[in-house]
Design a protein around this ligand. Structure first.
Ligand SMILES: Cc1cc2nc3c(=O)[nH]c(=O)nc-3n(C[C@H](O)[C@H](O)[C@H](O)COP(=O)(O)OP(=O)(O)OC[C@H]3O[C@@H](n4cnc5c(N)ncnc54)[C@H](O)[C@@H]3O)c2cc1C
Length: 427
């Protein structure tokens, strides 16, 4: 069987579907899984709906926010963030520098002194950047352990080309936080939008309306023809004039023949992390008082737990509440082979105290493992990425999205990229 269209979009995640909405002309979205959504899928188990880590909608771009609101129609809640950090034996308001008042006096003193005396300078890696921007004490107590944990490598091995996206705290806010005056950090996501029903996947369903989408099509080979491209999954071949890929760039490269050696080697050297999600549901409403807890401590597997029924009460059956724990792992990590029972048992035991639940209260659980979750900005990232995209751009195919462009993008940035590419191609 074969189909021919003007534009084929590989990947039916947020980027692929929004591209199909923004582009003029005939498009076909080819998605490997049996349903679209990619990292914006939500999962339902025993009446509990959870995302791949609570997915909050926010943007500095009011036009984009209006568009999101329009797509979701009335299915939308506006929520206020209540994130906490589990630091040693207590909760500290997120971000850490805005919650200093909750620390022991000696820790407050060290954090404040470190912040005031920070040296500044031109950092060569993420560890140095944390020290230069926040001072040694905030870096050592929280930022470096948390970053080591989420990136699964020392912060000194992470590049700094991207760090300007992390807001800088005003000095006054840090001083106020140290003496107990309330302040807020990361204000661009203090209030966020979230679908009332259906988890973040509701956005995908809204976007998929009217889109020519084929699921169960995993692109395996891509050939350039005189008039465009042919994409095959082994059974079917689809032809198009223009090809846009939003699938992980390493998977795209594997579909193409004739990569120059340096581009192939650079592609193999691109780093990413996978994620394991553990959902725990309890038969009471105890997990409704926070949006998320960040956990820098190395003895607890997850780096973050999101309280999904805080995002929307419809995410849990009445009288219940639940969390989803996020554990990043490098590809091939033995933890990816751990059984569901083992992961649920370990996580339930480790988060029991900080989440004020007992493992025996867990009435529902589920586990998901996803291969491509986080782009890792290691020190070789920029040079490797440049070689890979020089090759792909030279072929005349387009790439877009989190793993398509291999950048650490949030949903709003995926939409911005898709909108920009569509505007360029619609001309
Ligand atoms: C834990 C976590 C929490 C996050 N939280 C937030 C948040 O709170 N707010 C926010 O704005 N963003 C958040 N994000 C980021 C957000 O999920 C992504 O930016 C966005 O979903 C990426 O969409 P995408 O379409 O570019 O990629 P993907 O979602 O990865 O979609 C790619 C699609 O391609 C398909 N595919 C792969 N290979 C093939 C193939 N060979 N053939 C056909 N199809 C293929 C996949 O199945 C997938 O559907 C979070 C991400 C993670 C991992």
């Amino acid at each position: 069987m074969s189909a021919e269209v003007e534009t084929i979009i590989l990947g039916g995640g947020l980027t692929g579907l929004s591209l199909a909405q923004y582009l003029e002309g005939e498009t076909l979205v080819l998605e490997a899984k049996d349903r679209p959504g990619g990292l914006c899928r939500s999962f339902v188990k025993d009446g509990f709906t959870y995302d791949i880590g609570g997915h909050i909608l926010f943007s500095r771009d009011s036009e984009l926010l209006a568009q999101l609101t329009g797509w979701l129609g009335g299915n939308l809640l506006e929520q206020r963030r209540n994130n906490q950090i589990w630091f040693q034996d207590r909760f500290v308001k997120y971000p850490f520098e805005n919650g200093l008042y909750a620390l022991e006096k000696q820790d407050i003193f060290e954090c404040l002194l470190g912040f005031v005396e920070r040296s500044g300078g031109d950092p060569a890696n993420l560890e140095q950047w944390c020290r230069f921007r926040f001072g040694d004490a905030i870096a050592d107590k929280y930022l470096i352990p948390y970053n080591d944990k989420i990136w699964k490598r020392p912060a000194k091995d992470i590049s700094v080309h991207w760090v300007e996206r992390i807001p800088s705290p005003p000095t006054a806010d840090v001083i106020k936080a140290a003496i107990g005056i309330e302040t807020e950090g990361y204000t661009h996501q203090l209030n966020f939008l979230y679908p009332e029903r259906g988890g973040i996947e509701a956005l995908i369903h809204a976007l998929a309306k009217g889109v020519n989408l084929q699921t169960g099509f995993r692109a395996q080979s891509i050939k350039k023809t005189s008039s465009g491209w042919q994409v095959s999954d082994g059974d079917q071949t689809c032809s198009c004039r223009r090809l846009i890929s939003t699938i992980p760039v390493m998977d795209l490269a594997a579909c193409l023949d004739g990569a120059p050696g340096d581009a192939r080697a650079a592609c193999d050297a691109l780093q990413y992390n996978s994620i394991i999600l553990v959902m725990l549901g309890v038969g009471h409403e105890g997990l409704n008082d926070k949006s998320a807890v960040y956990i820098p401590g190395p003895d607890i597997l997850p780096h973050r737990v999101c309280y999904m029924s805080y995002f929307s009460p419809h995410n849990a059956p009445q009288g219940s509440s639940h969390l989803v724990a996020e554990i990043t792992v490098p590809p091939g990590d033995p933890l990816l082979k751990a059984s569901e029972d083992e992961l649920v048992g370990r996580v339930a035991g480790q988060v029991a105290d900080l989440c004020a639940i007992t493992p025996s209260e867990v009435t529902a659980s589920d586990v998901q493992k996803l291969k491509h979750a986080y782009v890792v900005y290691d020190q070789g990232y920029l040079a490797n990425r440049e070689k890979v995209y020089a090759w792909l751009d030279g072929l005349g195919l387009y790439t877009c999205g989190r793993f398509g462009s291999f950048e650490y993008l949030n949903m709003d940035q995926c939409l911005e990229q898709a909108r920009g590419l569509a505007a360029q191609l619609n001309k």
